[in-house]
Design a protein around this ligand. Sequence first.
Ligand code: ZN
Length: 415
Amino acid sequence: MTTTILIHATIIDCTGADPRPNGWVVIEDQRIKEVGQGPSGALPAKADVIDCLGQTLLPGLIDGHVHIGSVDASIVEQQRRNFTSTLVIKSLKVLQETLDQGFTTARDCGGVDAGFRQAVAEGLVPGARLSISGGILSQTGGHGDWRLATETCPPFYHGAGVVAGVFDGVSAVRRGAREQLRQGVDFVKIMAGGGAASPSDELDTSQYSLEEMEAAVFEAESAGKYVAAHCYSDRGIKLCCKAGVRTIEHGNLMTDASAQAMKESGAYLVPTMVTYLMISRMGKELGLPESFVRKINQALDKAETSLAIALAHGLKIGSGSDLLGPMQTHKGMELELQARVLGPMGALVATTKTNAEIIRRERDLGTIEAGKLADFILVKGDPLKDMSLFQNYQENLTLIIQEGNVYKNIIARGR
Ligand SMILES: [Zn+2]
C-alpha cells in the first residue's frame, strides 16, 4: 500500500463549503482515506509528504463536454482531410493536454470510442479519464450531417475524429443507439437542433421528432444509460424534455418556457461558453466558413443570458468547453466565463461536483471527501479571487494527481 499526505493546503472541497485553510489529505493507493484541518501530527509516519503551503487544493476538474477527436478547427473538413490513424494519433495529444489543464476527467460528446477510455484506464496513455458517447445520431440535414446543401452524395461516417451518422425514423434511431450501446458507450448523444459547424441548418431549429427521441431514450435507458442532446432552440429543448433526454448541451436560445420544461423533467444543462468566444475570436484566421462564425456569434450573444435564465430557474448546471482543434488548450477559460453568472464557487462546483453527477460518478469523483478517488489539482493563488488562473495552467497548476498517481509536481519551482 502507498500512502501520500498532502499538508498545509487551503482546501476547496467543491461540496460548496467554504475554503479550509491549513488542510490535509491522506491518500491510500487510489483513494482519499481522510481529510482534515489543523495540526497533522497524528498522520501516518510512513508516507510521502507533499507540502502545499500557500496554495489551493481542489478536486480534479471535470470537463463536461469535450471532443477529444477534434484535431482541426473544422470538424467537418478534418474528417475529409485526415486518415483514421492520423486522427487517432492527434487525438492522443488532445487527451493528454486535457489532463495537463487540470481536467482529470472528461466527458466526450461525440467521437472517441471505448478504446480511448480503456487506454487511459489501463495507463497505456496519459490523459483525462473518459466518459464517452461514441458516434452521434443525427437526422438528415441535421447537425451531424456534414454535407453541403449542394452535395448529393450519401452522408459520410468515419471511425475516428468527431464521429456522427445519419439515422432517420424510429427504427433507424433505435438501431443507431443500440449499435453505440453495443460498442460500450456511457451515454447516447443525439443532435436535437441546428448547430454552427454543420453547413445546412440554423441554430434556431429543432431536429428529430418526439418519437425518434423517445426511441433513443428508451434504448439508452434499457441499457442503464442516458441520452445527451445537442440543442440550442426553445422548441428543441422542450421536445427533449418531453422525450426524457437527461442532459441539454449548450442551450443558448433557452427561454423561461424551456427552462421550466427542464426544471420539470429534471434535465441538466451543460453550458459551453468558451468555444463561442474562441471561435468568434479565431474562427476567421483558422479558415472557418463565414456561416460557422455567424452562427457562433449568435450563440455567443445569448450565452450569458441563457445561463442566467437557467440559474434563475434553479436548473442543475454542469460545465463544458466544447473547444475545437487548436483552441482546445483554452479549456480553463470556461471557469472564468461561467463565474460571471454563477459566481466563482458556483463555477467550481459545476466543473466538479455537478459534472461528476452528470457522468454518474459522484460516488468516486467531483469533491474532496473520504472514500473518493484521489484526483487533485493544486493551484497557485486563490481561484475564488481570480478565476482566470486556470488559463496559465503550465505555471499555475503546480500539482496534478489522478487516482493517487502524481502526474505533475512543480511545487518546488518558484519557492
Ligand atoms: Zn460539442
